[in-house]
Design a protein around this ligand. Structure first.
Ligand SMILES: NC(=O)c1ccc[n+]([C@@H]2O[C@H](COP(=O)([O-])OP(=O)(O)OC[C@H]3O[C@@H](n4cnc5c(N)ncnc54)[C@H](OP(=O)(O)O)[C@@H]3O)[C@@H](O)[C@H]2O)c1
Length: 340
């Protein structure tokens, strides 16, 4: 089979090579997918740049989500899955023509669902669901701030927050994205390139603060966000895209210190919560939770409770263009790569 192999860290043009590899064999409880398309995730950009600590050693096939047809079952896997079109969460190995996945994190999808939308459901939408309905909850009418809201996870969070009639504040870094957020019904889009979100929220909200913040930026963004929380407020931290701005130990230290130093006593006295989400850890240790999240979001899309994810697919020959677009901060929604 062919696979896009990460052979060195750096620009995508030099970092990836198309190589011939053996097909992976599904183990106990696993299935193998003949991949139509695989999704790109911001973590892939960090892995390519050598800035993702959970990434496998090089050369490596990265990739977290695939869509395709199940062509082989491992021992004990559900026979009904064979031949079905599914979306699957892979623990790396997704950038290939065949990929294996734990059957718990594989879900049948209808034939019409576009590839990019399908892969978004496995990663971005499941992450958003876990973060907003399982790790904590959005309550009716909550004032919710979503960072990087025009990205893959961000758009999913907007849809889930709208279901709870939330008042939504959302940051993004360009006028094009702000227009898109307005069109999606975000109450207060904030251009993070032009405005400080703290000032903006305080102008709107006075001293009332926010009920919940979803932060994928990390560092000072979290510290500043924490100050904006009202009593009962929660901040959900699930990324550190700010790390991509620089490289090296000083950059990392600055980011780590930027988060702030907290005492559990202050959480209790102020009745504020700090929630961390890492779906890789959940996939390893509690895959049934991912299964629940995936089932919920796929069901919501099937029943048209939320719209199909927004996404764009590229042919495999354009993987560098797609990676550069994701890194450039100009992408909206999910990006995927098709084998054709
Ligand atoms: N914890 C988990 O399990 C988990 C799972 C999935 C994703 N994530 C995280 O969630 C975030 C979104 O993931 P995604 O795949 O859906 O990507 P994405 O949101 O489509 O793309 C990343 C976005 O981050 C924003 N960003 C803000 N500051 C940035 C900076 N300094 N450098 C680069 N980008 C910056 C950019 O939007 P603006 O320019 O508009 O701000 C960019 O478009 C990422 O941080 C990712 O690592 C975490």
């Amino acid at each position: 089979m062919q696979a896009v192999v990460l052979v060195k860290h750096g620009d995508p043009e030099r970092a990836f090579e198309l190589r011939e590899l053996n097909k992976p064999e599904p183990k106990e409880g696993e299935v193998r997918v003949k991949v139509e398309a695989f999704g790109l995730n911001y973590a892939d950009v960090m892995a390519r740049k050598g800035m993702y600590q959970d990434a496998p050693p090089l050369p490596a096939v990265i990739g977290y989500d695939v869509v395709g047809v199940i062509d082989k079952l491992g021992p004990g896997a559900d026979e009904e899955l064979l031949g079905q079109r599914v979306v699957a969460l892979t623990r790396f190995g997704g950038y290939a023509e065949y990929a294996v996945a734990n059957q718990l994190v594989v879900h049948p999808i209808n034939k019409e669902l576009p590839n990019a939308a399908a892969t978004a459901l496995a990663t971005q939408y499941s992450t958003a669901y876990y973060a907003s309905n399982m790790a904590t909850n959005i309550f009716e009418g909550d004032h919710v701030l979503i960072h990087a809201a025009a990205g893959g996870v961000g758009l999913a969070l907007i849809q889930l927050a709208k279901l709870k009639n939330s008042v939504i504040y959302a940051t993004a870094s360009s006028d094009m994205k702000i227009k898109m957020l307005e069109d999606l019904g975000v109450n207060y889009p904030i251009n993070s390139d032009e405005t400080d979100f703290v000032e903006e929220v305080e102008n709107i909200r006075g001293s009332d603060g926010l009920d919940i913040i979803f932060d994928s930026i990390g560092g000072k963004s979290v510290k500043k966000g924490f100050q904006l929380l009202s009593s009962g407020g929660r901040i959900v931290c699930y990324g550190g895209s700010k790390r991509g701005d620089g490289k090296g130990i000083i950059n990392d230290l600055r980011l780590a210190v930027g988060f702030g130093i907290y005492s559990p006593i202050s959480f209790m006295l102020k009745s504020k919560s700090f929630i961390g989400v890492n779906m890789l850890r959940i996939a390893d240790d509690r895959p049934s939770l991912i299964k629940t999240a995936m089932e919920k979001v796929i069901d919501m899309v099937n029943k048209k409770i939320i719209p199909e994810p927004i996404g764009r697919a590229f042919p495999v020959s354009d993987i560098s263009e797609a990676h550069n677009l994701l890194e450039s901060r100009e992408s909206v929604g999910k990006l995927a790569i098709e084998w054709k």
